[in-house]
Design a protein around this ligand. Sequence first.
Ligand code: SAM
Length: 467
Amino acid sequence: MHHPTSEQLTSLIDAARCPHCATRLDLRAPEIACSGCARTYPRLGDIPILLADPKAYLASCRRRLTLLEHEVRKTVRKVEEELRGADVLPLTRARCRAVIEAIQGQMADVRTLLEPLLPAGAQEGPGHPLAEDAPVTLEYLPYLYRDWASPPEPKGENERALATVEAVIDGRALGRTMVLGAGACRLAYDLHRRHREAEIVVIDLDPILFAAARAVTRGDPVSIREANWEICEVEHGWRQWVLAAPDGPVDNDRFHFVLADGLEPPFAPGMADTVVTPWFIDQGPDDVRDLISTLHRLLRPGGVWLNLGPLRYEPEAPIALRFAREELFDLAARSGFRLDRWRTEVVPYLVSRLNGRGRMEWVLAFSATRLEAPPDPPHADSSEDGPPSWLVFGHLPIPTFPGQSVFWSAVPVFQMVVSTIDGRRTLDDVARLVAERARRSGLSMSQIRSAVRQCLAEVHPECRKRE
Ligand SMILES: C[S@@+](CC[C@H](N)C(=O)[O-])C[C@H]1O[C@@H](n2cnc3c(N)ncnc32)[C@H](O)[C@@H]1O
């Protein structure tokens, strides 16, 4: 079968690839099937699920929904028990009743939203162990209230996010745009409304946020309750919000939803003109440097990385990987990006209209252009410049070195790594080769990459010069 080359493709959605064998996928077909490996990719409602095991993902959505309901029932029983106390005042009883009503109602709303989208066969079975990648939780619901239930306000959270991103876009056309970790999708929607020429593909793993965002952006309002444990005023125990797109539905030819891993989006390289990472780089990847390599792969030369968000890493992230603004800019430059514009500001974040609670957050916005050629390597004899960039990032070629052909080591993995260096392969290529040979080791790509990195740091003369 003839498939157009990347250059011939004009649409980003046509650049989707099979997560297994990288064959082109037709996401517009009624049934998404890979002509390379014959795998099929089901949908959540009409959203394609481009994950290695989409059936396990769907099964895990259903199972987690059931678990969530179980948790809600447990909580309700506990509150009911507390209400049996002889000392409970009528107002306290009213508040506790409000809590019960709210969490039960919220759960019912979530089920009404998600359940009809899960194919009947999406059952957990022996063939489908619980996938870790189906985040069915109520934790992210505040994104829905903020994105789709806030009234328009000049200084509203959505308006500010859009204005900050527009300031760093600086009038450029967005073109083929991918939004990674798009969440409830309001920023992507606003960019879609503003940039009529842009084609936007939103990527996330959260089925609840995407189910709601898909409905809202199609023009179908969604009703969902906001519930809080901490009720400050009994009369404001909970609220029913109607989520709706403020400027009407999206143009389905230019706005596409895909459930996929935003750390390795299954799309052909060099096809994106813009990649947006809103509140994602500190939450999605274990190591931002790996994501930078992914962004470099997705973007065409001259394409733009737009970032917005805090540098507020997960609590378990090692200190050395909690990169501050200056380090992030240094990493971007070393990996082949030119920083264009940036700004920081302190903004309100997820302030609930139900109870006024929320926080202020420092955010960094920037735009950076992917350069045509990799950056010049730092001077090989200077330790001040830090490690070579090909050791830090997954996408830069590792140079051959004198004496490589006669290199010998008693450690087999060292021998294997050195034998794969050909001046073109990158850290990721080598890690993939090693992983193929060590498939049964159960190690993640990130662990293998790190082992290969350590090995290169020991054997490659360009690294040893810097010690
Ligand atoms: C902090 S939220 C930000 C949501 C949205 N960008 C916003 O600004 O409101 C992070 C988002 O990243 C998504 N996410 C985390 N890891 C992901 C991954 N590996 N692939 C795709 N999405 C991911 C989460 O589901 C969540 O929607």
